[in-house]
Design a protein around this ligand. Structure first.
Ligand code: URA
Length: 434
């Protein structure tokens, strides 16, 4: 088989056979296909797409490109969760301890930031001492002992995804339905959970910018789940504005703590509670979503979710005093306001620009080997439907380089679109695909 011929076929919109897909994944994982050829194939897939059969074959090849984890020693239905990524999306940090506090075993492998979105692992690493690079043995034993563990995607699991994910991040090939579906589902299949809850984000701050594309992605992943016998539900959430108040790794950990203390903003609390309710349903804890919703709310109010988060932090070596004193999280030096130049009512926010500003200030990767600054981020003061006066701040930028922040502030000013007619607040949940 010849990689050049495989690239040519995809470039010319032909379907790849299972053997060709298997060959590419096997040889790329083994280091026998260089990044420049893999990038070229990724771009051809990005531009020309893949059939459902090709996406399934790609997913399975990626799932089998490394070790697979068995969680069978852990009793109960293990439900995994994954987000397609968004701006200010700290849902995993909140929901996983909450459902663990309700007796659902949580064994979650998470990723790092991709493109202009931040990842759960980078967020957790902003907690001093928190270890995400734990062994699979420690991961399973944590779940057996305290009912929850979150670890970075291991080198040995879905090896192809780890390499391709980093490559896509720096080759403008992230926003592709076949590549996102296979990336997510391969990891979920290899990491051993029984059922899967997907948060498919949609809007100006998501990889899927239209509802129709988000729906196709959601259906594609739900079908892959069905084909491998892992019940999968996808909740399509609105990402036309940042979720909650803060974006950026340390800031989002601080916000997640506040949510678990019952002090969260309405939009992010709603998304966390609804996703949690579906996860309880998948875990066999009850089909009545209203009841499940209340169970999650109760465990926010009575502090059980926060207590579980504390156990997780301590078990993985983190400093749990941040829960009482979030100021112990490292924070950026400067706080720069983004000021509105006009009066009006916000009808749109170019949400990707917020994520990109964080990347530009060092909070995301421009090259796959980049280190990131977890302290930088953005506080969102105004959202769609809000009235704004000229001179009022729309955002605060948290940075360690004030000059850079001022430049970003000018771009971010233009990311808010203001009109003169009333605009309704956005609906957080767009659709649920089961
Ligand atoms: N999350 C993933 O794991 N992969 C993607 O491609 C996008 C979001």
């Amino acid at each position: 088989m010849n990689i050049n011929e495989i690239i040519r076929k995809k470039r010319d919109q032909e379907e790849l056979s299972k053997e060709e897909i298997d060959y590419f994944i096997k040889e790329y994982s083994a280091g026998n296909i260089p990044d420049y050829q893999a990038s070229s194939l990724l771009m051809a897939i990005f531009l020309n797409g893949m059939s459902q059969r090709e996406i399934f074959d790609l997913t399975m090849a990626m799932a089998n490109s490394g070790d697979t984890i068995s969680l069978s020693s852990i009793p109960g239905i293990k439900v995994d969760k994954h987000s397609t990524g968004g701006i200010g999306d700290k849902v995993t940090l909140v929901v996983m301890p909450l459902i663990a506090s309700l007796g659902v075993p949580v064994a979650k492998m998470s990723g790092r930031g991709l493109g202009y979105t931040q990842g759960t692992i980078d967020k957790l690493e902003s907690i001093p001492g928190f270890r995400t690079n734990i062994s699979i043995g420690e991961f399973v034993s944590n779940v057996e002992n305290i009912g929850i563990s979150i670890m970075a995607q291991q080198e040995s699991i879905a090896i192809a995804d780890k390499k391709l994910y980093a490559l896509r991040d720096v080759t403008a090939t992230t926003e592709s339905i076949p590549l996102i579906a296979s990336s997510i589902m391969s990891k979920k299949i290899a990491s051993g959970a029984d059922k899967i809850l997907l948060e498919v984000t949609c809007g100006s701050g998501a990889f899927m910018d239209s509802e129709s594309r988000a729906k196709v992605l959601a259906e594609t992943m739900v079908n892959i789940g069905k084909q491998v016998g892992k019940e999968t539900i996808a909740v399509i959430t609105n990402m036309n504005q940042p979720l909650g108040r803060y974006c950026g790794n340390s800031l989002e950990v601080m916000e997640a703590i506040n949510i678990l203390k019952g002090k969260g903003e309405e939009d992010v609390v709603k998304v966390c509670t609804i996703l949690g309710a579906y996860m309880l349903k998948l875990a066999g804890k009850g089909d009545n979503l209203g009841n499940n919703f209340r169970l999650i709310q109760n465990n926010i109010e009575n502090g059980a979710g926060l207590k579980k988060f504390k156990e997780l932090i301590e078990k993985q070596g983190g400093d749990s005093s941040i829960l009482d004193s979030p100021e112990l999280l490292n924070m950026a030096k400067f706080k720069t306001p983004v000021i509105s130049q006009e009066n009006g009512i916000i009808y749109a926010i170019k949400c990707k620009n917020i994520g990109q500003a964080i990347v530009n200030m060092g909070g995301g990767r421009q090259k796959k080997e980049d280190f990131i600054d977890n302290t930088v981020g953005i506080e969102v003061l105004k959202k769609i439907g809000d009235h704004v006066e000229a001179g009022e701040p729309l955002l605060y930028i948290y940075s360690n380089d004030e000059e850079k922040a001022k430049k970003e502030a000018i771009k971010l000013q233009r990311s808010f679109k203001l009109g003169s007619v009333e605009v309704p607040k956005i609906e957080e949940i767009i659709d649920v695909i089961e």
